[in-house]
Design a protein around this ligand. Sequence first.
Ligand code: HEM
Length: 210
Amino acid sequence: MPVSPILERLRAETREAHEAIERDLAWETRVTTRGGYRALLVRFWGLHVVLEPALADAVRDPAFFDPRRRLGHLAADLRVLGLDEAAIDALPRAVSMPLPSDRHQAFGVLYVLEGSTLGGQVIAKRIGRQLGLSPEDGCRYYAAHGRETGPMWKAFRQRLAEEALAGDSDTIVAAATRTFDAMRHWLCAAPETSLGGEGRGRIAKVSDRG
Ligand code: HEM
C-alpha cells in the first residue's frame, strides 16, 4: 500500500514527539508490577474518557469510529485489577486535553490513538509475560484490535488519506502534534501529581493484589 502524502507528513512531523513519548512513558518499568501497570491504565482511562465522546461527535460515523473505542477495554482491565465501577468513574480525567472540534482535527487525534495500537502489540506481549495477563483477562486495552490490528490500521490509513484529500492537511497535522504533546504531559506526569489535582476524581484505594 503506497504511503499517502498525509501519512508521510504525519510521520515526519510527529517523529520527535513519538520518540519523546516512547522515552518518557517508561512503560517497561511501569509494567513490572501490577500496581505500576494499573497506574498507567488509570492515566489512559482519563484520556479516553474525555477524547472518545469528542471524537464521536466530530467524526459522525459510528460504523468507523465505534470499533476504535477503547474506554470499555480500559474499564474491563481496571476491573480485573481490582477497581469497581464507582472507583473507575471517580478516576482523574484529562480535562486539559485539547479536544477535536471538527473532522480534520479528529483525524489528527485518531492518527495518534490508532497508531498507538501498533506499539501496543509489543507492550501487550510484555505484559503477558511479566504479569501473566491476557487480552481476556486484564490486558484488553493494549491488545486493542488484536489480530485485526493490521487491517484496522490499513483501513484507517485509507480513510485518513481520503479525509486529507477532501480538506486541510495542516489542520490534521497540527491536531496530531498537539495531541502527542498533551498526551505525553498527561501520561508522563510524576506519579504523585498523577494521583490528584487535575480531573474530577480521586483514585480509590484498592488492594495491591488487584
Ligand atoms: C502513548 C504512547 C504512544 C503513542 C501515542 C504512539 C503512537 C504511534 C503512532 C501514531 C504510530 C504510527 C506511526 C506511523 O506509521 O505513521 C506508532 C507506531 C509505532 N509505535 Fe508508537 N506510540 C506510543 C508508544 C509507543 C511505545 C511505548 C512503543 C514501544 C514499544 C511504540 C512502538 C511503536 C511501533 C513499533 C510502531 C510501528 C512502527 C511501524 O510499523 O512502522 N510506541 N505509534
